[in-house]
Design a protein around this ligand. Structure first.
Ligand SMILES: N[C@@H](CCC(=O)N[C@@H](CS)C(=O)NCC(=O)O)C(=O)O
Length: 204
């Protein structure tokens, strides 16, 4: 059986949300954060120490958006947009946009302006926070005339991007979330599968 290693509130929520959406059967191992320091045995599963990790068929995946896509694809779910659909390009683009463009500057902000201020790089962290705000333009424009990011239905791209918006709200960057983005995130997180994922990820 597949196993998801996760910490409450982390990017692993993307994977857990997809698991709940498709009804996948999977062991859930909840770890204290950060496992790199507080659950060192996890380094044997993922030497990077990052969360999530997902073990299936003898391979350990460590990218949350890829795990969510994998779970949905393996279940033949329409949470994935296939290459023969019109919005395949948009699907792949937003799936990767969620991390490569959105959570990347958030992470730099968190590290230098919140967690490691003593390094004296706070200014750089704050600059990255503003950069994150500016980078929300693409999602806002995309959602201006549609309810979901692609294919006219809820997909893993919505899961991946919604997590980036949640992380912004949780890490002190909520000022960058305009009303349209908040409304989108509220609608996505009202889904029963997301609510079930929240119940399952109770902190240890
Ligand atoms: N690209 C990875 C990033 C994983 C990542 O950085 N996770 C954070 C939690 S959200 C983490 O594990 N931080 C603790 C650490 O780096 O030790 C993904 O999206 O899964």
């Amino acid at each position: 059986m597949a196993t998801l290693y996760h910490c409450a509130g982390s990017r692993g929520l993307r994977a857990l949300w997809a698991i709940e959406e498709v009804g996948a059967v999977c062991d859930l191992v909840l770890l204290p954060f950060p496992p790199r320091a507080r659950a060192k045995q996890f380094l044997e599963i993922n030497p990077l120490g990052t969360i999530p990790a997902f073990e299936d068929d003898g391979y350990v995946m460590t990218e949350s958006s890829a795990i969510a896509h994998y779970v949905a694809a393996k279940h033949g779910s329409n949470l994935v947009v296939s290459p023969d659909e019109d919005d395949y390009a948009a699907y792949l683009d937003f799936l990767h946009h969620a991390d490569a463009t959105l959570t990347f500057p958030q992470t730099v902000y968190l590290r230098f302006a919140v967690m490691e201020k003593e390094r004296g790089l706070e200014e750089a962290g704050v600059a990255y926070a503003d950069w994150f705000g500016a980078r929300l333009t693409k999602v806002r424009r995309r959602l201006a005339d549609r309810g979901y990011l692609c294919a006219g239905r809820f997909t893993v791209a919505d899961i991946a991007v919604t997590y980036a918006l949640l992380l912004a709200a949780r890490c002190g960057l909520e000022r960058h979330l305009t009303d349209d983005l908040r409304a989108f995130a509220d609608r996505m997180t009202a889904r029963p599968a997301f609510q079930r994922a929240l119940v399952r990820e109770k902190p240890v």
